[in-house]
Design a binder for this molecule. Sequence first.
Ligand SMILES: NC(=O)c1ccc[n+]([C@@H]2O[C@H](COP(=O)([O-])OP(=O)(O)OC[C@H]3O[C@@H](n4cnc5c(N)ncnc54)[C@H](O)[C@@H]3O)[C@@H](O)[C@H]2O)c1
Ligand SMILES: [Zn+2]
Length: 665
Amino acid sequence: MDVGERIQELADRIVVLRDAYYRGSPAVADAEYDVIEDELRTLIEANPELAPDPNPLEQVGAPAVLHAPIRHSRPMLSLDKATRPEQVEAFFARFPGQAVVVMPKLDGLSLALVYENGHLVRAITRGDGTTGDDVTPLVRALADGVPAKLDVPGRVEVRGEAVMLRSTFTAYNAAHPDKPLINPRGAAAGTLRAKDPATVAERRLQFLAFDLLSDVENTDADLERALQDLGFTVAEMRHCDDAAAAQAVISTIEQRRNDLDYDLDGAVLRLADRDAFAAAGTRSSSPRGALAFKFAAEEKTTILADVVWDVGKTGKIAPVAWLEPVFVGGTTVTRATLANQEVIRARGIKIGDTVLVRRAGDVIPFVAGVLDASKRTGAEKDIVPPSVCPSCGEELIEQGNSRELFCVNAACPAQTVRRLIHWASRAAADIDAIGGVWIERLAEAGILENPSDFYHLTSEKLLEFDRIGEISATRMVDSIDASRQVGLRRAMIGLAIPMASEGTAARLCRAGFGSLEDVADAGVDGLVAVEDIGPKVAASLIEHLTRLRPELERLREAGVSLDVREEDLPPVVAAGAPLAGKTVVVTGSISDPRSGEKVNRPAFQRLCERAGATIASSVSAGTDLLITGADVGAAKLTKADKLGVTVVDQSEIWHQLQAADLLNG
Ligand SMILES: NC(=O)c1ccc[n+]([C@@H]2O[C@H](COP(=O)([O-])OP(=O)(O)OC[C@H]3O[C@@H](n4cnc5c(N)ncnc54)[C@H](O)[C@@H]3O)[C@@H](O)[C@H]2O)c1
Ligand SMILES: [Zn+2]
């Protein structure tokens, strides 16, 4: 095929894909779509005379139909894309001496908010860039971060991104397993297509501002300050003087990508000064004064090769997707969760389908849905849930709205192995010298059944196994021995009691329980008295600890400690504690001034607790101090400022900790 033909083919494909995408049913993952755009861009750059007419790259992708079209005061454009550091350098070179802000590229949909004499009069989607849809009632009803009134006369237009927070997305899907949302961006777009806000009331959106068009008198020339002064929430903007600084901020944003409550697909560089940005002008479909740096994709498509039903430690039988290997979210993924049979039904997934796999952050990869069901060949197979346990053959029972399947056979071999592996895991007894494969073999050989059996393993017994030598046998026994100090909190985690989380175990320790037996004896009433422990969790604890009573005795006899450990107790507040009675929030990155080394946040919070502080996770009216480390987000500072919360730099606190002698030991 000659280049001209290829160009036309790519251009046609883009038109088709965009159309499907903006109708709300994308045919490929964004990453795959971007590859097609990139190929077309490269070909046109090398052969400008062959540019198609019209050239889709010079048009803003648009939904097929607008329901209530409104013309934008100025076009809402797309962004020029970069993936390499040289492109960032070239951007700075184009604007010598200009300050640039770097901010997250939020993955939602952009909105223009128009205020007249302080009142919100219109909220409009981007549409084809020239004309968008009027979504004012939906935005009024559903979006947080959109002030109903501004304290400014005249016409003000603020643009930004409406996103569905990851927490909202997860909560919605947990509550609606029968009609799950595929990803937060699609969910936000779908929400703003609803006919009636009442039908999508649980799908709240968050608006984060990134642009201010109007020439309001007395507004700050700096974009971020101007938006904040008006009362908008702004996704962190960082000022950078050169390409190296910008590249560093881009890396930080990418690293912290998983800690944020919203999806982002890159970073945006933009001239910080509003007049300079306006003066830089625009190309056919993007402003010259901004550049989008794209990150690796968190969603890709692949083939669902098979579904295997896996028996978990509590007997839950969960569907696991076996996938053709696909590189997504920074790793190669071959397995993903399909949650339960209701999710499979709701997403209409079949074996052999091309599915969208999502891996954002530390969450287990999951199959978000089927792409392009029209491509089915008829060879796809239905996913049939088992009726008996794949391990022990016992009849399964169904539970809850999402119809989760359980094997309730206490002697089920697969469950036994899972429970043993869980007992040995890092968060529990941490028997790191015996891996899952060996635990399975030892269980098959009949010498491991309950956690207490680990403590009767000897080197002699281990040496009977072909592939275990002197050295590894000794390591295994030493590792088991060290785990005898497991203590109340980690033993409780290791016993995998349904509904009791790691947090439950920590709270019981802090509430004064001295041992696992104390917890078992407390009764439901004694447990619900502990903060954040509800009746269901309490009942599950009592039921399972009663059942496990003989096992607790066997662990004790084997010399395993089930008593609370000092590190799990509430900190002893030192006399003359500098932070006594203060509620503090810690933000930013913390490092020990003595060594310059980074200190993780929990460790620093613990130091503050020993100095008498109560730790809170977010700034509120009840906060006394906001302790700031490096790289602090502007949003927290603004909030603290508004609420009159005192802000102190970490250096001051380190100083006080040192003076109170809290830094040694
Ligand atoms: N899967 C498919 O078939 C398919 C088809 C078409 C488009 N797409 C995807 O749609 C996306 C849309 O491309 P596009 O060209 O419309 O948008 P873009 O990637 O050029 O980015 C422009 C948009 O970024 C958003 N944005 C977020 N944070 C911003 C910030 N801080 N400053 C400025 N803008 C910010 C705004 O909504 C703006 O409209 C791409 O990611 C593409 O992969 C996918
Ligand atoms: Zn079973």
